[in-house]
Design a protein around this ligand. Sequence first.
Ligand SMILES: Cc1ncc(COP(=O)(O)O)c(C=O)c1O
Length: 370
Amino acid sequence: MKHSMKSIPLAKPEINQDDIDAVTQVLQSSHLSRGPKVDQFEQAFSQAVDSSYACAVSSGTAGLIIALQALGVKAGDEVITPSFTVPATVNSIVAIGAIPVMVDIESETYGIDPNVLLQAITSKTKAIIIVHVFGKSAKAKIIIDIAKQHQLKVIEDACEAVGNRYENQALGTLADIGVFAFYPNKQITTGEGGMLVTDNPDLLHKFQLLRNHGRSMNGDLYDQVGFGWNFRLSDINAALGLSQLARIEKIKAQRQKIEKQYQNYLDQNNEITCPKFSSCENGSAWFVYVVKIKEYNRDEVFNAMNQSGIQCGRYFAPVHLQPFYRQKYPNLNLNNTEKIAAQCLALPFFADLKAENIEYICDKLHKYTK
Ligand SMILES: Cc1ncc(COP(=O)(O)O)c(C=O)c1O
C-alpha cells in the first residue's frame, strides 16, 4: 500500500470556537471598526505585559513606523538596527526617509552585539531598534544603557516576543516603546495586526494621532491636528486578538512542550544545535524553533525536508544581503550575521503540532544530516 506523504506546515494559527464566536459577535454588531473591541484589546494587552498604555495598529510594520515618528526620527537621521531580522524592521526606517545603519549580532541571543554598537553611533544617530529574535530577549539592558549615555531613543521590535519576559519584565516594555505583531504565524494572532506599548502618555497621544490621519481622539472627528496614516486595527481583528490573548498562557505551555519534545529528539545529533530555551526566562513564548545546522549542508537539508512535505524556513535571510539593500550597501559585511544565518533552519512550530509529527520531523532531520 502506498503511504500518502505528510504535509506539515511551518506555522499554523490556533483558532478555537471562542475565537470564532468573538469575531461573529462583532460582525453581528454595527461596530466593525473604531468600536469597543479595540479599546478592550488595548486594555487587556497593556495589563498582560504590565505597561501603562497600549495602542492597537494594523500591523507590526505600521507599529514600527509610528514608533519612529513618535520619537521624532526624521528624514536623514540614522537609526541603528540589526540586519538579522525581517525586512519590515529596516523598511520602517526607510519608509520615513531615515537611514538604516545595520550592525552585527552576537551569537548567544542573535540580537545586536553591544560591542559593535558604540562604533556605529555618530552625530546623526537618533534611535536604536532592538530585535528580540525568535522571541528570545536580546541584550536589551546593556543596549539601553549605552543608548542613555548617548541620548538615543530605543524601540524594541518585540514582534516575535509576545508573552516572553526578561528578569520578570515583559519584552517590549524595557525601552521607550515596544512593538508587537499578530500575523497568523505569531504566538497569538489577529489575522493582521500590531500593538505599540509605552509608559509615556505623550507618546501614546502621538501613536493615536499617527494611526488615525492625525485626528485627535478627543476632538471633533474632522479636526486634523497632526500628520497621520490610516494604521487602525478593526474591531474584527481586535476581537480575535482579545480572545486569543485570554489563553496566551495555555498557548505558551503548548509551545514549551513542543520545544522540549524537539530537544529530546535532537540533542543526540551532533550536527544540530538546538536553541537554548532554558535561557528564556519564565518559560517559552518562542515564535519559531530554529536549529543550527553545519553550514555545508543546511541548504541540502532544507530542500530535502521540504521535499518530504516538512515545510522549513531559512530564517532569517539577512536584510543587508537582499537585492534591494545589497545595491545600497554593496560593501557591508556583517560576519556573524552571515555565518549564523547560513546555518539556521526553522522547523515547523505551532501550538497543536502533534508528537508523532515531531518524531517524523526529527527522524527526517537525522537522516538528512548524516
Ligand atoms: C521581528 C519582526 N519585526 C517586524 C515584523 C512585522 O510585522 P507585520 O508582518 O505585522 O508587519 C515581524 C513579522 O513577521 C517580525 O517578525
